[in-house]
Design a protein around this ligand. Sequence first.
Ligand code: SF4
Length: 329
Amino acid sequence: MYDFEVERIADIIRAKGYSRVSLQFPEGLRDYAAEVVSKVEALTGAEVLISANPCYGACDLADEAAAKLGAEALFHFGHAQLLGKTEIPVHYIEVRLNAQAIPLLEKHLDKICKRVGLITTVQHVHLLPEVKEFLEAQGYEVHIGEPRGRVRYPGQVLGCSFACAKSIAGEVDCFAYIGSGDFHPLGVALATAKPVVAFDILHGQVRSMEEKKERFLRQRFASIAKAREAKRFGIIVGEKQGQRRLALARRIKQKLQKLKREAYLIHLAEITPENLIYFRKLDAFINTACPRITIEDAPRFPKPMLTPQELEIALGERSWEAYEMDEME
Ligand code: SF4
């Protein structure tokens, strides 16, 4: 189902003469790690390590830890390249999903508006050209945004970048998401204010994001309302290379101090309720690291956790109508 490009990995290892490498998988692909390692070791004779720290994006490479263990290269699975300089060479295996999108679209053409934007994640970017061709043959006007910022492929979105969708939002009446899961299409619905229909080709399901969007906004409103009364804020700075926004965190701290609120910069790699629970005297957290944590995991935290834009709403600097997703350059 997934393409782990084992032959290509073996070719790279042989061509570069690597004798020890490390493989880094996001959690959703770890079931396949043992099989990939066995094949790579059998094909190359190299020693293959597996990095098991949590990993949610290419913003978080295990290159430094792998180098310390003597690995000559890191193979990072499931994401497209995002960072530049690394401690050892990093090879990206994007892991395309071998699946068909058109049969599901064909059954649900009535759910797509006539001027449609296509969006997806890296696992499915290879499907967009044929989806576009198919929909155009059915009389649809189809747009796909060009990559920009931290995104590498036309139509691709990340949990911290919806730039591809926003760039074409003025030309379309809705978006069709080709992929799986609800986080990315929900993000596009919030970032563009356009209706989004998710075509989940992994599970053969079709979902509108409208109801989820309303529920999500109600939850965020409740957190923002609680944070309005906060006197002491923890401002979270991510330690992972592609999540560090110390300058932004400092600006937020200064702003809060001017408003006579206490503010503290807290740095950590894994932003979990367990790692923050003992800051019992803080009233709220502002997360400048991965925005997906605030959006997906906020209900698990013991105190309100806001994005920088949500803090602006809590402080009365931004109207609720101007709600925006937190995105990274
Ligand atoms: S910052 Fe978060 S959303 Fe962005 S690439 Fe990293 S893990 Fe994904």
